[in-house]
Design a protein around this ligand. Structure first.
Ligand code: ADP
Ligand code: MG
Length: 284
């Protein structure tokens, strides 16, 4: 769906490139996440992919052709949710959506339909100035679905959302994926990235430093060990065993069979731990 090779971009007047020699691919139907701290270059990358920034160096192909050879029809095929919601505050959600829907040449979804998807069905005729930050964010998502995009770009879609609504966003992306939609998402929310993305790219200082499935990253950087503790709460004993060949590990077997087990933990890391380990940086 997307092929990027050696993408480099410097803002006018910028000293260093905001993104440097990025190379990655996004497969059709995939949910691909860019993960990185603030200022890493995530939004810049998205804005290049949606055709808002140039000139850049490198190669970018989207949906089978070079980005530069797409015309206005590109915007009929993609959906974009920007990091900072841009709505008309004096208008209702319905009026906003009617307004933006009119810009598309093709058939568009109704305001009712897209607002229901993000749980704002009841608030359709409320003025957007009366929306909370999280509601504006969800309205932003609804708007990005008006044209039934097959490629969906989401920049920090869960920022400002409480955990319940963050889960709704996750479910919405999953539901779109089930219908074949490809999604590129930027986030610094590790839990969302882990739960949602088929693959994630770690981006720091404009460079992609690691890229793989969350499960593969956790396996690669985690410790394949199990820690068992047993005995009494007051004076517990504990030991570590490698997961490889654990079925034939006599001491491990003995403990399981003859001791009172207090806890048994395999030592997978979290995606956040992997990020810190790989980049030496935290996400906050
Ligand atoms: P992220 O989305 O990962 O937080 P950005 O892509 O917004 O990061 O920013 C990457 C770098 O580019 C940062 O150093 C930022 O200060 C710089 N930058 C972002 N937007 C602009 C702009 N419009 N003009 C100049 N520099 C910018
Ligand atoms: Mg950003």
């Amino acid at each position: 769906m997307i092929t990027v090779e050696d993408l480099t971009f410097t803002y006018p007047g910028g000293e260093a490139p905001a993104v440097s020699e990025l190379s990655f691919e996004v497969a059709e139907g995939e949910v691909f996440g860019f993960l990185g701290p603030s200022g890493a270059g995530k939004s810049t990358t998205q804005n290049i992919l949606i055709g808002l920034l140039d000139p850049w160096q490198g190669r970018v192909d989207v949906m089978g052709k070079p980005l530069g050879s797409w015309g206005r029809d590109y915007y009929g095929r993609i959906g974009v949710s920007f990091e900072l919601p841009n709505h008309y505050l004096k208008l209702s959600a319905r009026e906003n959506l009617d307004y933006f829907a009119a810009m598309y040449d093709g058939e568009t979804a109704s305001p009712e339909e897209v607002l229901a998807l993000v749980g704002l069905g009841e608030d359709i005729d409320k003025r957007v100035s009366d929306y909370s930050k999280g509601m504006k964010n969800r309205l932003n998502l609804a708007r990005s679905l008006l044209n039934h995009p097959s490629l969906w770009f989401l920049d920090e879609p869960t920022s400002g959302l409480d955990p319940v609504n963050a889960v709704k966003v996750r479910d919405l992306v999953k539901a779109r994926q089930a219908q074949g939609v490809t999604t590129v998402i930027t986030t610094h929310d590790m839990l969302i990235a882990d739960a949602l993305c088929d693959r994630v790219g770690f981006i720091v200082d404009g460079r992609l430093v690691e890229c793989d499935a969350p499960s593969a990253l956790k396996r690669r950087y985690g410790t394949r060990e199990v820690v068992v503790s047993w005995g009494s709460e007051e004076a517990p004993s504990s030991a570590r065993f490698p997961l490889d060949g654990i079925g034939a590990q006599a001491e491990f077997q003995r403990i399981l069979q003859s001791e009172t087990i207090l806890s048994l933990h395999s030592q997978e890391t979290t995606l956040e731990d992997v990020f810190v380990q790989v980049t030496g940086r935290t996400l906050r």
